[in-house]
Design a protein around this ligand. Structure first.
Ligand code: GRG
Length: 295
């Protein structure tokens, strides 16, 4: 089997996504609002969610163009969640993606509104710009994205996270936080690409199991990096979990235990792809990237 060049693949996907984000969200009136939206949306980042969406769409026989509006919408929802997460009322962070956080530059009022506008526009983008998918598939993607962003997804995870601050929590509560705060959007990223391409229920089920494993593995890696990586590598404050005495996978399982759990999850994720043969190489490599990434 020829070696799959993940770095080249990531570079190519990222440049397509960057161009599409810039195109879908041009600077316009009201100037300050769109400047604030574009400031965070075009600030870099790994673009993992759009890449997962484009990759699962291709694996299921669709084109990158088919999934690009959804891929960009996923990045908009992700970015708005980072803007709101960084606000003084939540995590109160000064740096994100190597730059000052949105509210530090534009003020809290504009940061809240930029996040709101990105969230609403994400749904508009999918509805208006998706070309070539069956309408009921587009509706399914809209519904799933809505659920992932709602109290049953990101917002629910964030609420339990805020309520857990300064308290001792169980591994079960920690898993609830992360499967909702982080896992839900990663899952819909993988699934939406496949749905748009017309994948059947069996494929969607396998990819759901794959994405749940990589979602949790992603978060465990995040917790490990918070201990080992520097602020320059992370683009945000490092060592914050320890300082805030937050429950994390390493604090509950030990550093090695958490690392082993992430590796187990990667293996489980990859096992779900066995039936897809060579077409699953990018998703296999992405699972590896998630547990080995340095930022
Ligand atoms: C979605 C309506 C709505 C509101 C947001 C604030 C909030 C509710 C939720 C918090 C969600 C959150 C910040 C989760 C953390 C997710 C996470 C691990 C982010 C880091 O992702 P990376 O590493 O970042 O992919 P880059 O910068 O590479 O994109």
């Amino acid at each position: 089997m020829s070696q799959f060049d993940l770095d080249a693949y990531l570079r190519q996907c990222r440049s397509q996504v960057e161009a599409a984000l810039d195109r879908y969200l041009p600077q316009q009136y009201p100037d300050k609002l769109y400047e604030a939206m574009r400031y965070s949306l075009l600030a870099g980042g790994k673009r993992l969610r759009p890449i997962l969406c484009l990759t699962s769409c291709r694996m299921s026989g669709g084109s990158a163009d088919l999934a690009m509006p959804t891929a960009c919408a996923l990045e908009m929802v992700h970015t708005m969640s980072l803007i709101h997460d960084d606000l003084p009322a939540m995590d109160d962070d000064d740096y994100r993606r190597g730059k000052l956080t949105n509210h530090k530059v534009y003020g809290e009022d504009m940061a809240i509104l930029a996040g709101d506008a990105l969230l609403a526009y994400a749904f508009q983008l999918i509805a208006e710009k998706t070309v070539g998918a069956q309408p009921e598939r587009v509706v399914e993607v809209l519904g799933r994205l809505g659920k992932a962003a709602s109290g049953a997804g990101l917002v629910g995870g964030q609420v339990v996270d805020l309520e857990s601050e300064g308290r001792t929590i169980t591994l079960e509560t920690l898993e609830y936080i992360h499967t909702h705060k982080t896992g839900a959007l990663l899952e819909v990223s993988v699934i939406s690409g496949a749905i748009l391409a017309g994948a059947d229920g069996g494929v969607v089920e396998r990819l759901t199991r794959y994405s749940r494993c990589i979602g949790l593995a992603f978060q465990i890696r995040d917790d490990l990096l918070d201990i080992t990586a520097t602020q320059a590598e992370l683009g945000k404050t490092a060592g914050k979990d320890l300082r805030d005495r937050k429950a994390t996978y390493p604090s509950l399982l030990g550093y090695d235990g958490a690392r082993d759990r992430a590796e187990q999850l990667r293996e489980q994720a990859v096992a779900e792809l066995a039936d897809f043969g060579a077409s699953a190489r990018p998703l296999t490599a992405l699972a590896e990237f998630i547990v080995q990434r340095r930022h």
